[in-house]
Design a protein around this ligand. Structure first.
Ligand code: CA
Length: 514
């Protein structure tokens, strides 16, 4: 063994002890900057091999840390995903099964737990859980969905009486980034380790770019996905019942054929100068059929990617701030989304399905002290693992009744042989926006089984042979054994996670939007 290797091992051993010793001084414990955007699909991130845009700043996290290639969510919609991130529980257990109710903030969450152990906790940006945040020394949250321009941020926190709504003028992605930087530079207690959640509204529908990005991609043609004109003949009937088609379901506002509300005079002028000439050209072409779908795809994809561009710049500014504050070495930086997204695949926009585009979600993580730079992992991980991972990184025990487990061994490059080999998924919100039918399912590294239980239809995909999920093989005798195995595995996971029998969900009638 070389001397260098020995020293490295000693250092690693010393660090491992620091991680599990409760008496470790505060200085030894890592800070956590958790950046979560809304609806950012992996197809639109350079580090994941994007062919449609570049994200050099988000990619920096992957280059200096780890790219997780098989990270998934448990319920691919905004509020449920956020509740799972905070609690380490699938949504049937934290109560946030859809977007239409208030999160029960009295329950255990990772911010409360870290704060109790001496962490300083802050949350900035999109919250979307209706009830006021609990467990944060400081929060500055968007009210409801939050607009792309000129947002109100609600300021509050533990020990602060009530809250204050403050109007901001500017582009929301930039304002959220600015607030996060101000908090790191000037407002936090430098004696304490911190947990900072930075939650972007972008690139959620309706994809309004910043003024500086209104002309980005003007001269480009965004490559189309191969399944843009999918007729869903290779899926089950649920796919034919949705309302999320680029061809049919994008509104004039989505397509920027009418301007958004709430812009200042200057913002409106910049907006109109960008879109009016393009819209006139579009009207003059009188497109129909597939040509019209192609135009809609281009308009949609460009605005989505423009919205991503501001997020990427914000990530770069945050990383620079950590550098300038000499915090980089012992700060965990995570970049993720609340779920994946359809960028024209199967002819769709939106999320919700257990298909790979929305179920699989980007997760990039950097922690120079622990994670070897430029690494990747295929381990099956899920948003139930976020809270356990944060707790473990802070040297805290993970409660046995959390559904997730710590990803630390995966991040360290020492994934154990008995790491999980399947994941549970469930989507509830139907009737609801975009009309995606209720379903649940299980995935392994290679196979996926989905049950649309109200339709009593099953779908089965071989992800190795059919990565785009265009051939439902549920009736293929060649997969008889695998399908039986997955049905058993689904039942086992439901027992493991104590999923109540039957529907155990009633759609509320107060239709809050996604
Ligand atoms: Ca979302």
């Amino acid at each position: 063994m070389t001397r260098l290797t020995t020293l490295t091992l000693l250092a690693a051993a010393a660090f491992a002890i620091a991680l599990v010793t409760p008496t470790a001084t505060a200085d030894d414990r890592p800070n956590i900057v958790f950046i979560m955007s809304d609806d950012h699909g992996w197809q639109a991130i350079g580090a994941y091999g994007s062919t449609i845009n570049e994200t050099p700043n988000i990619d920096r996290i992957a280059h200096e840390g780890m790219r997780m290639d098989r990270y998934y969510v448990g319920n691919a919609i905004c509020a449920p995903s956020r509740a799972t991130m905070l609690t380490g529980l699938h949504t049937h257990a934290n109560g946030m099964m859809d977007n239409r109710r208030a999160f029960d903030g009295s329950q255990r969450n990772v911010a409360k737990m870290l704060r109790a152990e001496g962490y300083q906790t802050a949350m900035i940006g999109k919250w979307h859980l209706e009830s006021e945040p609990t467990g944060f020394d400081m929060y500055d949250r968007l009210v409801g969905q939050g607009p792309y321009y000129n947002p109100v941020l609600r300021a509050g926190g533990e020990g602060i009486d009530g809250y204050e709504d403050v109007e901001h003028i500017g582009y929301t992605t930039d304002i959220v980034t600015d607030r996060a930087i101000d908090w790191i530079e000037d407002e936090r207690d430098p004696e304490k380790p911190f947990l900072l959640l930075v939650h972007h509204k972008a690139p959620h529908r309706d994809w309004q770019p910043a003024p500086r990005h209104l002309h980005l991609y003007d001269d480009d043609e965004i490559p189309e996905p191969t399944t843009l004109f999918d007729d869903w003949s290779g899926k089950g009937s649920a796919a034919t019942m949705q309302e999320m088609m680029i061809a049919r379901d994008l509104t004039k506002r989505d397509l920027k054929l009418v301007p958004p509300n709430g812009l200042t005079k200057g913002q409106f002028e910049a907006w109109t100068a960008a879109y009016a000439p393009k819209n006139e050209a579009f009207e003059a072409m009188k497109l129909e059929g597939d040509d019209l779908v192609r135009w809609k795809y281009q308009r949609y994809a460009k605005d989505y990617l423009r919205s991503v561009a501001a997020v990427d710049e914000g990530v770069g500014r945050l990383l620079d701030t950590l550098d300038h504050q000499s915090l980089t070495d012992n700060t965990i930086v995570i970049y993720t989304s609340d779920q994946g997204w359809y960028l024209g695949e199967h002819g769709w926009f939106d999320k919700r399905w257990m298909y790979e585009e929305s179920f699989r979600t980007p997760f990039l993580v950097r922690w120079p002290r622990v994670i070897p730079a430029g690494t990747t992992s295929d381990a099956l991980t899920q948003n139930i693992d976020i809270a356990p991972t944060m707790l473990a990184a802070a040297g805290e025990a993970v409660p046995a009744d959390m559904h997730g487990v710590s990803m630390l061994p995966v991040l360290e490059g020492t994934t154990p042989d008995d790491w999980r080999d399947s994941l549970y998924y469930r989507y509830y919100e139907y009737p609801g926006w975009h009309s995606v039918r209720r379903h649940e399912g299980v995935t392994t590294e290679r196979y996926k089984l989905i049950h649309f239980y109200r339709l009593d239809e099953w779908e089965f995909y071989d992800l190795e042979q059919d990565p785009d999920e265009t051939r439902n093989a549920i009736d293929d005798p060649a997969y008889e054994v695998e399908i039986a195995d997955l049905k058993r595995e689904l039942a086992r996971l439901k027992t493991r996670y104590q999923v109540p029998p039957g529907e155990h969900y009633e759609a509320p009638t107060n239709g809050r939007r996604d």
